[in-house]
Design a protein around this ligand. Structure first.
Ligand code: SF4
Ligand SMILES: [Fe+2]
Length: 286
């Protein structure tokens, strides 16, 4: 947990605080935008939660912070992850407990009658595994790309899942042992409601997962910028080829989806996603 002795002086007084161990992954900025803000290169509380919604958001950030840098003197601090996201009947969840090994990337969980799936990996904690057990365990672990593997193998040992990665991102011996290796550029149908689309660019083996033609899990291929108020790609963090990434982005125009669920940055919802995507592609080309 965060240490009071390391509390940053930039915090506003009150129950919540950020300590000096923050790595500025940005998670708390989008999860609790009314409470946390960047100040001199790290997060700080710029306004203490003013109501129960803001307090809940601040607690979500506390349980998602990859470095346990957020503290609270609130007595009722207890974890309520995984946290429902999107439309309740679709059973999509934010897992919380982001891992420092993937620079705090967000991971997601989908509860399905044909087998649950974990998308990228949260920190492994026995209490998280127990919570997932209560929701029916895990059948698949899908990795958007090699950067967000985190504690995948710990969950695999616990649940004996099928791990999925594109072979172009299976750059280490341990990743080449994953049960399902995607190849080439063709889409792969994992089940009736789950399709994986290779999107080389950020890394050569990046891919995205489409669920129910509604939710697109994008890893570091596609994200939303609150600052620019539009969908973006990370040109300064493109490890393979940005021109390829533009071509991969154009491929997504063929898909139907309403939600973009990225590894970094805030999830984004729009009923006019094609228009948003075209704007992003024009921005990438410019
Ligand atoms: S979530 Fe944690 S590490 Fe990330 S910016 Fe906030 S305090 Fe810093
Ligand atoms: Fe990445």
């Amino acid at each position: 947990m965060a240490r009071l002795s390391l509390k940053r002086e930039q915090n506003k007084n009150g129950p919540f605080f950020v300590d000096t161990s923050c790595i500025e992954c940005g998670t708390c900025y989008w999860m609790a935008p009314n409470t946390f803000k960047s100040s001199e290169g790290k997060s700080a509380v710029y306004s203490q939660p003013q109501n129960s919604t803001e307090e809940e958001e601040a607690l979500k950030a506390l349980f998602s912070c990859p470095t346990f840098s957020i503290g609270s003197s609130e007595k009722k601090v207890e974890s309520y992850f995984p946290f429902p996201f999107g439309e309740p009947e679709d059973l999509v969840f934010l897992t919380g407990y982001h891992s420092e090994k993937s620079f705090g990337a967000t991971s997601y969980f989908i509860q399905r009658k044909d087998g649950n799936i974990l998308i990228d990996s949260p920190r492994y904690l026995k209490k998280m595994a127990t919570k997932l057990e209560k929701k029916g365990g895990l059948r698949f672990q899908y990795l958007t790309h090699r950067d967000d593997i985190g504690d995948t193998d710990s969950y695999w040992k616990h649940f004996q899942t099928q791990r999925i990665i594109h072979q172009d991102d299976a750059t280490r011996e341990d990743l080449r042992k994953y049960e399902i290796q995607l190849k080439g550029n063709d889409s792969f149908s994992l089940d009736d409601d789950l399709e994986i689309i290779p999107v080389p660019g950020h890394t050569k083996g990046s891919s995205v997962l489409l669920f129910k033609n509604k939710y697109l899990f994008t890893g570091d291929h596609l994200a939303y910028s609150k600052k620019l108020q539009q969908l973006i790609a990370f040109k300064n963090h493109c490890w393979y080829n940005f021109e390829e990434q533009i071509k991969s982005m154009e491929k997504l125009l063929q898909l139907q989806f309403e939600y973009v669920l990225p590894g970094h940055g805030a999830p984004f919802h729009s009923k006019q996603m094609k228009k948003e995507l075209k704007k992003c592609i024009d921005w990438m080309k410019a």
